[in-house]
Design a protein around this ligand. Structure first.
Ligand SMILES: Cc1ncc(COP(=O)(O)O)c(C=O)c1O
Length: 436
């Protein structure tokens, strides 16, 4: 796997090296989480159904065991104290409130490299709110192609087919794969998820989206934005939430509209009713205020301040390029481990579509008969040791592990986790043998 950009390719190991240099720079004075103690290698006594077995525990622990795929780990420099200047108890419509919201919008534009003509709005109900607001406001004008390769994309299919009852072509792929993008007709509207958080896949590029398309592309990019390069000229609606790649707080969504999406909003009125929190137009014109920080309803100014802190940290590590490199280095650390262990494999077999944020793994040892039970037991062991929290596969996905690798996670922590996975795997295999 390489970090490819503009045809330039880098080896995994150069990415890892560079990322740890960046991480060292990025480490601030205050560490947000208590550091678990390191343990000397020892023969741990594991009790399993009354019998004893011994499996050696690794020496080093991840300094931060937070590998959840959302809410994701805070940036390494985070501390609550750094939010002390948040305008708490002030109206979000006061001058200071508006200025902070505007700074969040413009900071997003700067770090993600969003073109000047695109509108960026802070909207209610997180990424789900942003996606559904776009679907309800824009779809129905023409046929829509719904592309799904994991649970969240499947949720958008349900919205289109069962709720909006649209004339939809539905294309789906199994977990670990994506659909054949060459078959997608972008003269239709297209709704898709750039990075499949629950299956560890990603769209490799936007070449399949025609520049002269007649339809709109609506892209759920919540676990891609700030970790992968998004081709803005190919995306008419892009959404993400603060709780994902930058490790922000939940409940706030971002809605990014191309000029063509605005044109559709101003020329088409959907036949169904729109609740207040979905309304993007006023008197047939775009409600520009939403895209200047005049949010539809009340945002959390604490969450805004937290997002601004994360954006500042992102700038300090080299912006999108730095974030991308850190995520790729994290994936590389897992790839190096998987390459040396034949009982573990990526759910996304093809490196071209393998995510560098939500990395999904499966156990391939033939001795495992209850895949879900085995993976659960491994996850439980790791959590009990305090070395990894929240790394079980998503509830609807094939059993296994899901390790968040976005830029807020340190590569040294990902690397330190790997021997622990081996430890937990061996302990569970030993337990299986004991019960056989
Ligand atoms: C691809 C994708 N879409 C949508 C969502 C829902 O996001 P939120 O909870 O921010 O609304 C998630 C959450 O993990 C996701 O991964």
């Amino acid at each position: 796997m390489t970090g490819a950009r503009n045809g330039r390719e880098e080896s995994l190991f150069s990415l890892m090296r560079r990322s740890s240099a960046i991480s060292a720079l990025a480490k601030g004075a205050a560490w947000p989480y208590a550091r678990p103690r390191d343990t000397p290698p020892k023969r741990g006594a594991l009790i399993w159904k009354g019998s004893k077995m011994t499996v050696e525990t690794p020496g080093a622990r991840p300094a931060n065991p937070r590998f959840s795929s959302g809410p994701c780990a805070k940036p390494p420099v985070f501390s609550l104290d750094k939010l002390r200047d948040a305008p708490l108890g002030r109206s979000h419509r006061s001058a200071i409130g508006k200025a902070r919201l505007k700074a969040a919008i413009e900071g997003t534009r700067e770090v993600l490299g969003i073109p000047a003509g695109y509108r960026i709005g802070i909207v209610p109900a997180s990424d789900t709110g942003a996606v559904e607001m776009a679907m309800w406001s824009l779809l129905g004008e023409r046929k829509v192609e719904m592309l799904a390769w994991e649970s969240f994309g499947a949720g958008w299919v349900t919205d289109a087919v069962k709720q909006l009852k649209l004339d939809a072509v539905v294309k789906t792929a199994d977990y670990g794969e994506i659909v054949d993008l060459a078959t997608v007709n972008t003269d239709n509207d297209v709704v898709f998820t750039w990075n499949g958080t629950t299956s560890g896949v990603r769209v490799p590029n936007g070449e399949w989206i025609r520049d002269d398309r007649k339809g709109l592309t609506i892209c759920d990019a919540t676990s891609a934005a700030f970790a992968q390069y998004l081709p803005w000229e190919k995306l008419d609606v892009t959404t993400f939430s603060w709780q994902k790649v930058l490790g922000g707080e939940a409940a706030h969504g971002m809605l990014i509209l191309s000029p063509r999406a605005v044109e559709r909003l101003e020329s088409y009125t959907p036949p169904w009713p729109l609740p207040k929190i979905f309304r993007l137009t006023k008197g047939g014109k775009l409600n520009e205020g939403i895209f200047e920080g005049a949010t539809i309803n009340t945002p959390s100014m604490l969450a805004v301040e937290d997002y601004l802190l994360a954006l500042d940290w992102a700038r300090g590590i080299g912006g999108l390029e730095g974030l991308h490199e850190r995520a790729c280095a994290n994936l590389a650390a897992i790839q190096a481990f998987v390459a040396g262990h034949d009982w573990l494999a990526f759910l996304a077999h093809d490196p071209a579509i393998r995510s560098n944020t939500s990395v999904c793994l499966k156990f391939t040892d033939a001795r495992i008969t209850d895949g879900a039970g085995f993976a659960k037991a491994v996850v439980k062991r790791l959590e009990a040791e305090g070395v990894a929290y929240d790394i079980g596969a998503y509830r609807d996905a094939p059993p296994g592990l899901r390790i968040w690798c976005g830029g807020t996670v340190e590569t040294t922590d990902v690397a330190a986790l790997m021997p622990w996975i081996e430890w937990a795997y061996e302990a569970e295999i030993a337990a299986l043998a004991e019960t056989a």
